[in-house]
Design a protein around this ligand. Sequence first.
Ligand code: FES
Length: 110
Amino acid sequence: MFTRVCKEDTVFEGEMRLVIADSHVIVLAWAFGGEIKAFQGVCPHTNAPLDTADFDGEVLTCPLHNWTWDLRTGDPIHPQESRLAEYPVKIEDGVVYIDTDGVAPFFAER
Ligand code: FES
């Protein structure tokens, strides 16, 4: 089921923000040249929230140990790191909705 998270005009190309939908912490990001996407908002390395992660408009970097992901796809820049789980996004009448059904954050094997 899609949950309303914010207005579309509060999301800007090249930026990201953390939102909550159904108790899931989610990175809502719009990479340059891409579209608005939603990924797990906790780092697959240690489950730390990615609220202070750096986003350069393309690559998200976790501040703790510098794991990095391409936010057009959620794929890690370094293949040995875990990818980010992606949530379906829907935009209707200027409102962003995210569906959390059946999506769980990925975690690295430790
Ligand atoms: S907690 Fe994110 S890279 Fe280690």
